[in-house]
Design a protein. Structure first.
Length: 265
């Protein structure tokens, strides 16, 4: 994928305004919904078994975020993925804290194995743990460097027939065996809760319009974070400016700022 294709995907989101169903954690519901709205998509936050069968056919993608996990949520997530499979909808899995507990790790692997059209978006430590290796995560925070998760990312892409987005200082996206590196963003972004979760939600919006690699979402989030960071003295204002930047982001800014490199086999 190149810059022109990313710009086209952003235009598609803004024209089509896809509805994205999020089963996400309590910490980031507001962040994720506002991020989708600023991008031009339409969020719906739902986790009731009683309405999932009605909602999934209406949405363009399903985003599953396990950040505040419990047994009742797990079964709802499983149902949502099964319904997404039945209706041919893409699933974005954000395995928050995978490796921090056996519950998170086993649930992440269960959901990944179940989804038929899967994009995994996670930090390096979560990717390594999901693949079954020993990671350096601390709770939901990743301590591993992105490059150290490359082998695990390729394993997940092959094993689950998925696209894999590894987030970090450099975002690496593994899609159809290609490696796409994006070097944008801002060093304050890890100090705002839910930045990765917002990226997962945006990934759902792009998947809903047919961009199933995760590249466009990571590119848009990275450039928006870079622009917003230049206007922000601290993390609080960064969060505010990020939404404004997502809303105002245009083709010229993407073309000028996007730092992308593609390595094909």
């Amino acid at each position: 994928m190149n810059t022109k294709q990313i710009i086209t995907a952003l235009k598609a989101v803004r024209v089509q305004k896809p509805l994205v169903l999020n089963i996400t954690n309590f910490v980031v519901m507001n962040n994720s919904a506002n991020g989708l709205l600023a991008l031009g998509a339409s969020p719906i936050m739902a986790h009731s078994r009683e309405e999932l069968a009605e909602l999934v056919p209406l949405v363009g993608a399903v985003v599953i975020n396990i950040g505040t996990l419990d047994s009742s949520w797990i079964e709802r997530m499983v149902l949502a993925v099964e319904l997404a499979n039945w209706h041919g909808k893409p699933v974005v899995l954000d395995p928050v804290g995978c490796g921090a507990s056996s519950l998170r790790t086993h649930t992440s692997r269960r959901l990944a194995a179940l989804a038929e059209r899967l994009i995994i978006r996670a930090n390096a430590s979560e990717i390594i743990a999901l693949a079954g290796d020993s990671s350096q995560g601390r709770g939901v925070d990743g301590l591993d460097r992105v490059e150290s998760a490359l082998a695990a990312g390729h394993y997940l892409a092959d094993h689950y027939e998925a696209s894999v987005v590894i987030s970090g200082e450099t975002d690496i996206i593994i899609h159809e065996k290609s490696e796409i590196r994006l070097r944008n963003g801002n060093t304050m972004m890890p100090f705002v809760t839910g930045m990765g979760c917002t990226l997962s939600a945006l990934t759902g919006a792009f998947a809903a319009v047919g961009e199933a690699s995760g590249v466009a979402a990571a590119a848009v989030m990275g450039v928006a974070g870079e622009v917003a960071g230049g206007q922000s003295p601290g993390p609080g204002s960064l969060q505010l400016h990020l939404l404004d930047t997502l809303y105002r982001l245009d083709a010229e800014t993407l073309d000028k700022r996007l730092n992308i490199a593609v390595n094909t086999p």
